[in-house]
Write a protein of this length. Sequence first.
Length: 66
Amino acid sequence: MSSLYRPRHNRKIAGVCAGLGHRFGLAPSTVRLLFLLSCLLPGPQFVVYIVLWVMLPDEEKHTVHH
């Protein structure tokens, strides 16, 4: 399994969903759909997205360290 980072390609906003999809073997569009559906439920989905945006390394930074 690959490590978690925000890929340079296949981004729509920040690459969080694309990174999660790549890490867990799912299509980025599937992860985006699941995220949008989760927004129908109460919870801190947008806060988690922003935290992941800040915490996950960008692909360029990821490839430099590995």
